[in-house]
Design a protein around this ligand. Structure first.
Ligand code: ZN
Length: 436
């Protein structure tokens, strides 16, 4: 592994592989704890060697405690004829996530108090949770809700809520420096694709790709249930968190929307500069969002006791697509080409972090004579200057030890990868030296 990180153009092959992982994980009933998370992490570990750790129920984690572990075997509603009219085995979204066990006969009136629907989308099943308040319930289409008759129903939720564990998946790819880049995805949603299987696929394939190269930074990949998983990891790794110098939370990266980047808490971290530069030079429209203390696990990483510079990469952000947290966030809603594009942009952002640096012009008094080094066109008098010549002038001018290559790229209005390649040539000709 002697090669430094290279860019990846979004190719169909990797998009198909990412989509296959999404499809494989789709049927699993995930939650913030339980076998679904373990099975998900087990599947990811067939792609990249993540390490699983189990944190026992009741473990204090800052102001929280690891909850009881939830598992569900079966759930249904039967009508008075004994027909299953709602079946967990057909769609795991039907069960209110973290439902306590229940088995009883109920009237329509009582049943309705435990049903969740989406009147504005009558054919979609909503995704609802009740992690911290004991409740039972079913999520069904509004169309089915309107068809319910006045009769007795049998409800069964064969779930367990016991002492157990919260499961975390982690992979550290060591680089030359102990300074870390944190890349995180939540793993707690059941059959929902954009939120959150797309983020899992992106994080998995980014880990797979980066592990092929010699890296400057160390890369920590975290697969944790949303909120409580990040809180648990931070509580157990408070010292280690100090090594995190850059970070990205990945979520909703498979839909047709344009790429979005949500800035870190400070808004001017290196990851902010890198991500904005890549989106600006992507040749496509994009969204840039200021930090806000909502969204995914950037909320925990950015809390004032940590203030980690963690931004977030998505396509259409959470809550801004109608399919969000419904059964319509399905396998048709995410596409291999979008997954591949998100991966290639994430790699480009990491590429900037890996290759950015400050240099000193070794011939700072006036311009060095490039022609005698074969770096400048032989013929004078032409009106156009080639883009790599312009890049060379910018690099030489701004390499005073104060500006990094990304500053140069921004000032020159040129893509970072070009500035980086041209700076390599100048270094080979001993016109540039990296600052110590
Ligand atoms: Zn969500």
């Amino acid at each position: 592994m002697s090669t430094r990180l290279e860019l990846l153009s979004a190719d169909a092959c990797v998009g198909d592989q990412m989509y296959r992982l999404v499809r494989e994980l789709y049927p699993i009933c995930r939650s913030i704890t339980g076998q679904g998370v373990r099975d998900t992490l087990g599947t990811i570990s067939q792609e990249v060697p993540i390490h699983l750790s189990e944190v026992p129920t009741g473990t204090p984690v800052f102001d929280w405690a690891v909850p009881r572990e939830w598992n569900v075997r079966d759930a249904y509603i039967k009508n008075s004829c004994g027909e299953k009219i709602v079946d967990f085995n057909k769609c795991n979204l039907h069960v209110l996530n973290y439902s306590v066990p229940v088995k009883k006969e109920v009237s329509l009136h009582e049943l309705k108090e435990h049903l969740f629907t989406l009147p504005e989308h009558p054919d979609w099943i909503p995704y609802r949770t009740s992690y911290y308040q004991e409740n039972w319930g079913f999520c069904i289409t509004h169309r089915q809700f309107l068809e319910l008759q006045e009769e007795q129903y049998e409800v069964l939720i064969d779930s367990t809520l016991n002492e157990g564990h919260l499961t975390l998946g982690e992979l550290l790819i060591p680089g030359e420096s102990p300074e870390e880049v944190l890349l995180s995805a939540h793993v707690c949603h059941p059959s929902l694709c954009n939120d959150n299987l797309s983020g899992i696929a992106l994080n998995t394939f980014l880990a797979k790709y980066l592990s092929r190269f010699r890296l400057k930074y160390s890369y920590r990949f975290l697969f944790a249930p949303g909120t409580i998983g990040a809180i648990t990891w931070l509580a157990l790794n408070e010292q280690r968190a100090a090594n995190i110098k850059h970070g990205l939370v990945m979520a909703c990266v498979g839909d047709d929307g344009n790429l979005s980047y949500k800035k870190t808490r400070s808004g001017d971290a290196a990851i902010d500069r890198a991500a904005q530069h890549i989106l600006k030079h992507s040749g496509r429209p994009y969204n840039l969002m200021e930090f806000s203390p909502d969204g995914y696990d950037e909320r925990q990483f950015s809390s004032p006791g940590f203030k980690l510079p963690v931004g977030s990469l998505s396509r259409t952000p959470h809550g801004r697509f109608a399919e969000y947290h419904t059964s319509a966030d399905n396998l048709d809603f995410v596409r291999p080409t979008n997954l591949a594009d998100s991966l290639s942009k994430a790699i480009s952002i990491v590429y900037v972090l890996e290759h950015n640096g400050k240099y000193i012009n070794q011939n700072p008094k006036c311009e060095p004579q490039l022609g005698k080094r074969g770096l400048y066109r032989a013929l004078g008098g032409r009106t156009e200057t080639s883009v790599s010549e312009i890049a060379m002038f910018w690099i030489l001018n701004l390499s005073d030890g104060e500006h990094d290559l990304l500053d140069v790229a921004e000032r020159a209005g040129l893509p970072f990868c070009l500035i980086k390649d041209v700076s390599d040539v100048l270094r080979q000709h001993e016109l540039l030296k990296e600052t110590p």
